[in-house]
Design a protein around this ligand. Sequence first.
Ligand code: DIG
Ligand code: MN
Ligand code: MN
Length: 389
Amino acid sequence: MSEMYTPKPENKFTFGLWTVGNVGRDPFGEPTRDPLSPVEIVHLLAEVGAWGVNFHDNDLVPIDATPAQRDKIVIDFQKALNDTGIVVPMATTNLFTDPAFRDGAFTTNDPKVRAYALHKTMYAIDLGVELGAKTYVFWGGREGTETDAGKSPLDAGKWFREALNFLTEYVLDNGYDLKFALEAKPNEPRGDIYLATTGAMLGFIETLDHPEMVGVNPEVAHETMAGLNFLHHVAQAWDRGKLFHIDLNDQSIGRYDQDFRFGAVNLKSAFFLVKFLEDVGYDGSRHFDAHAYRSSDLADVKAFARGCMRTYLILKEKAAQFNADGEIQSLLAEILADDGSMDDFKGHYSPAKAAALKAHAFDRPALGRRGQPYERLDQLTVELLLGVR
Ligand code: DIG
Ligand code: MN
Ligand code: MN
């Protein structure tokens, strides 16, 4: 394989323990692969060239482990990190597997479970910080409903806000260097999940006591499931300075959460996303929250992981090619042409500016006659991606 697309630490490619460790279980079938220990996964990720590994608390430490078992697991895991140079940029809490969370964790009607969710998350934050995490993800997989008869969405929002306010204070109280990243998803495993899109999360963050500590972790599959344009959500997050992390994978619109290999479904969307991240200088993890097909064996799981990273690097090269392509850039210059005739009306409001703009005579028919060469531009983009430019 070409050296050009070999991942390097500076690419900041990461995988969760649950991704390459996915055993192939699905709602209709038993596992198809043997489980891998966290230590084995760290060595697998080092072998394929990843930079980092992420985990839910219980991916690493079983929920019923004793303190002594927990400490042994952490020592062994830390040794694997030291032996391989793999780092832990992000950690998160499993607040969705155990039956206790059957009706949610932070938003359940049961105050005992809400308190337990805080208890569990504080210990999980301690674990993540101990292993070096600087970003802490919250994905509310069970924070939702199948019927709105039994839970007020106002109560749910209030309880979620209280939980995050409590936990940001916990981070401050302990002097942790940690930021929170909220991950949206429209549904699955709940019939409807609260705060279903990245945009909803951005609005919610502004209601928190410490919004400066909280950003988002958009996932390709989650906005795509709902038929939305993922890039537009990422751009809105970036514009607000809130793109603290990103989950890369792929997905067909209107399907269950497929978490496919990055670029496996829609190469053009993946290209525009990579181009955006590279153009704006996003410096965070490129986290592949994805897993191999259930039909894959271990060798194919490694090919899956390599494929995620290779596709990102190939599209990164295509983005540089796009930015250097004379014909494409001249079309963009034509599209963005500005003769300066409207300069007096730009920028902040003033009564004089408003009066002048109201008095200005526009040739509306002429405005309607100006077309845009988007077909030509998109065809050039497609041909670049197809490798004929
Ligand atoms: C699923 O998309 C979620 C959980 O796997 C995890 O909490 C988060 C971290 O990437 N993604
Ligand atoms: Mn997903
Ligand atoms: Mn995710």
